[in-house]
Design a protein. Structure first.
Lengths: 130, 291
C-alpha cells in the first residue's frame, strides 16, 4: 500500500511553472496520481518531502536556492527509501553520476515525452503500492 | 530556409504584396520547382532558351530535360544536378510568382540577383542556405572571425536545430536582419565550470510570445508568467543539451536557472561572442553567447 492512505502522492520540483503545470495535468489526467505537490526549488522540495512523504519525486537539477542534486542528497539522508527521479535537460555524465551516487532511482531528459513519464509512474508507483 | 528570407526580401523591396506572398507559400506546399526555373537561376539557360523548350514541350510529349539536352542547352551532367536541386524552396517561390504573373522570368532573375547581392552571402553560404545545411549556414556566420569558434558554432547550430524541432520548422538565420535594437525583452542563462559563458535570448514581446505558444502548445493570450516560463524553459532545454554535448568532448559546464533580464543589466552592454538573428513569423529572435 501507499504510505498515503492508498492515494498516490507525487512531488514535482521544478522552478518552471510551465513544467510543473504540464506534469500536474499529465499525472492527474492520465497517470492516475491522487495528489500532485509542487515545489519551486530544492528548499521547498525538502520541506514538502518531510511534511508529506510522497511516493515519488520528480526533481529538476538546475534550480535557484538549492539545486536538485543537493535536495536529492538531503531527502535521501532523511529517508533512505525515498524514490527520486531526476528530471533535467542537463544529462551530463557528471550530473548522471552525481545523481546515481546520491541515490536517484531514475533519470529522464527534458523535454519530457508523455509516454516516458507515464512509464516511470507505472514502474515506481507500483513499487510503492507493494 | 532561404524561401522565407527571399520572400521577406521581396516584401521589403515591395516587389510582392503580403497577400501574394502568403498565397505563394500555400502553393509551395503542393508544388516542386520546374527544371527551367532552376536552369535559369543557375545560369545554365537563358529565359529565351527556357521559353523555347516550353514551346517545344507543347508540341511533343517529351520532358523538359530531354529537350534541353537535345538542343544542346544542357549537358547530361548539368541535367542530373538540376534534377537533384528540385527541392530548392526559394526557387519554387520564384516559380510560383512567375506562374501567377506577378513576375516575368527576367524580373524574377533580377530580384534573385538583387537578393544575393544584398544578403552578402558567398556562393558556399548560399548553397548551404539553399540546402538547409544548418552547420554550413552557421559556419558561414563565423567566416573571417578567426579560429577557435567551434564551440560557438556548435551552440548556434544546436539552437537552430531545436527551434526547427520544437518551435518553427521554417525558421531562418537572417543575414539581412538589423543590428539588435536596445531595450528588447531578454532572457539569460549563465554557464560556469570549464568556461564562463552567458546565453542571451531576446526579441520583441510578440516574437517571444509566439515562441512561448509554439513551444508550450498553450494559447497564452498575453506574455504572462507562463509565457515567460515557456521561453525560459526553451532556453534551458537548448542549454542543457549544450552542456551534454560539451561534456562529451571533455568540457564540463554547470548552468544557473534561466531568468528574465532587466534592460539595464550590465551583461547586455558586453559584446557578444556570437549573435544569430533567427527569422520567425512574428519577427527576429536573437540568440547570443557572451564569453
Amino acid at each position: 500500500m501507499s504510505k498515503n492512505n492508498g492515494k498516490s502522492v507525487v512531488l514535482v520540483c521544478d522552478d518552471s511553472v510551465l513544467v510543473r503545470s504540464m506534469m500536474r495535468d499529465l499525472m492527474q489526467n492520465e497517470g492516475g496520481v491522487g495528489e500532485v505537490l509542487e515545489a519551486r526549488d530544492g528548499l521547498e522540495a525538502v520541506a514538502l518531502y518531510r511534511e508529506h512523504r510522497p511516493d515519488l519525486v520528480f526533481m529538476d537539477i538546475v534550480m535557484p536556492q538549492k539545486n536538485g542534486l543537493e535536495a536529492l542528497t538531503e531527502i535521501r539522508g532523511y529517508d533512505r527509501a525515498a524514490r527520486v527521479v531526476m528530471a533535467s535537460s542537463t544529462g551530463t555524465h557528471k550530473n548522471l553520476k552525481a545523481a546515481i551516487d546520491a541515490g536517484a532511482c531514475d533519470f529522464i531528459q527534458k523535454p519530457f515525452e508523455k509516454e516516458v513519464v507515464l512509464d516511470i509512474l507505472h514502474r515506481h508507483l507500483e513499487g510503492a503500492w507493494e | 530556409m532561404l524561401s522565407r528570407l527571399f520572400g521577406q526580401f521581396l516584401l521589403q523591396e515591395q516587389l510582392v504584396t503580403a497577400s501574394q506572398l502568403a498565397r505563394a507559400f500555400v502553393l509551395m506546399e503542393e508544388t516542386r520547382p520546374l527544371l527551367g526555373v532552376l536552369a535559369m537561376a543557375g545560369g545554365q539557360m537563358t529565359p529565351e532558351q527556357v521559353k523555347e523548350v516550353h514551346e517545344a514541350q507543347k508540341r511533343s510529349d517529351r520532358r523538359f530535360g530531354q529537350i534541353a539536352v537535345e538542343k544542346g542547352y544542357l549537358s547530361v551532367e548539368a541535367l542530373e544536378t538540376l534534377l537533384s536541386q528540385q527541392q530548392s524552396r526559394h526557387l519554387l517561390l520564384g516559380q510560383i510568382l512567375i506562374e501567377k504573373g506577378i513576375f516575368s522570368s527576367e524580373g524574377f532573375l533580377k530580384a534573385l540577383e538583387a537578393y544575393r547581392e544584398a544578403s552578402g552571402l558567398s556562393a558556399a553560404s548560399y548553397t548551404a542556405f539553399d540546402r538547409e545545411d544548418i552547420d554550413g549556414i552557421v559556419a558561414s556566420l563565423f567566416t573571417g572571425q578567426g579560429g577557435g569558434q567551434e564551440l560557438l558554432e556548435n551552440y548556434v547550430a544546436l539552437f537552430v536545430r531545436n527551434v526547427i524541432r520544437f518551435v518553427d520548422p521554417g525558421v531562418a538565420i537572417d543575414p539581412l536582419a538589423d543590428a539588435a535594437p536596445s531595450g528588447l525583452p531578454a532572457f539569460r542563462q549563465v554557464f560556469s565550470g570549464d568556461r564562463d559563458l552567458t546565453s542571451l535570448l531576446s526579441g520583441e514581446t510578440a516574437v517571444l510570445l509566439d515562441l512561448a505558444r509554439r513551444y508550450s502548445h498553450l494559447e497564452l493570450p498575453t506574455f504572462d508568467e507562463t509565457a515567460e516560463a515557456a521561453v525560459g524553459e526553451f532556453l534551458n532545454l537548448v542549454n542543457g543539451l549544450f552542456t551534454v554535448n560539451c561534456s562529451d568532448i571533455g568540457i564540463e559546464l554547470d548552468m544557473s536557472p534561466p531568468e528574465p533580464v532587466g534592460i539595464k543589466d550590465p551583461l547586455r552592454r558586453r559584446k557578444p561572442a556570437v549573435i544569430a538573428p533567427l527569422r520567425l513569423p512574428e519577427g527576429i529572435l536573437r540568440v547570443s553567447l557572451i564569453g
